[in-house]
Design a binder for this molecule. Structure first.
Ligand code: FPP
Length: 230
């Protein structure tokens, strides 16, 4: 069956999940982390090659210092506590986003986990952290200009090759949870021809059957890339 090679997920609804239960927002993030672990396992089981998780956007710094600190703490905990699992399952961790803008301890941990797992040939999990689609394109164009490229030579292929993970194929399927029809600055360039799937379920409630449903939906779509199918 045609399993999407690269799936991106906008993990939304942690705050609403907590509010519905009269709990503080951070409790929703804690449950969101558990969902992320479930979905990484499910993606590996289902034979997906690349999974990009929108973990912290360039806009998420606007949240309270407490909430930002809590999410960063979760990320650090996730990176440390799952290392054995990555090793056992040959999972490679990668980063998309501006590492220079991350707290130094998180950036260090991220570099270390990416390095430790770089030769694993199983599922590749891309953590989009301090990530913004516009920011990624700006950084790519800056790099080209810094390398002295004349304007006339800049084309789509060159920009693609200067994005954060140029070797990763563009996403086939982008999922957003919690019912909003918005792209929120996620994989703007890479998602140009992705199929989009919106789920009403809040992220902390996501489990393997939800990913299977999204894939089944994807398999029912006809991708034309701007052309016409006979
Ligand atoms: C969106 O919910 C969630 C986030 C901005 C944070 C995502 C973080 C996690 C799921 C935990 C860490 C995960 C990994 C992989 C390390 P929201 O707070 O915007 O929800 P709301 O729209 O209902 O308020």
């Amino acid at each position: 069956m045609n399993v999407p090679r690269h799936v991106g997920i906008i993990m939304d609804g942690n705050g609403r999940w907590a509010r519905k239960r009269n709990q503080i927002r951070t409790q929703g993030h804690l449950e969101g982390l558990k969902a992320a672990k479930r979905i990484v396992r499910a993606a590996a089981d289902l034979g997906i090659s690349y999974l990009t998780l929108y973990t912290f956007s360039t806009e998420n710094w606007k949240r309270t210092a407490d909430e930002v600190g809590f999410i960063m703490g979760l990320v650090k905990q996730y990176l440390k506590s799952e290392l054995d699992f990555y090793r056992e399952n040959r999972i490679r961790i990668r980063h998309a986003g501006d590492a220079a803008g991350l707290p130094a301890d998180i950036a260090r941990e991220l570099v270390s986990v990416c390095e430790d797992t770089r030769n694993f040939e199983g599922l590749q999990v891309v953590l989009a952290l301090n990530y913004g689609g516009r920011d990624e394109i700006v950084r790519a164009v800056r790099r080209l200009i810094e390398n002295g490229l004349p304007a006339g030579e800049i084309d789509e292929a060159l920009i693609q090759r200067n994005l954060d993970n140029p070797d990763i194929p563009n996403p086939d399927l982008i999922i957003r949870t919690a019912g909003e029809f918005r792209i929120s600055n996620f994989l703007l360039w890479e998602g140009a021809y992705a199929e989009y799937y919106i789920s009403d379920k809040l992220w902390p409630d996501w489990a393997e059957p939800d990913l299977q449903n999204a894939i089944a939906h994807f398999q029912g779509r006809e991708r034309r890339y701007g052309g016409v199918n006979s």
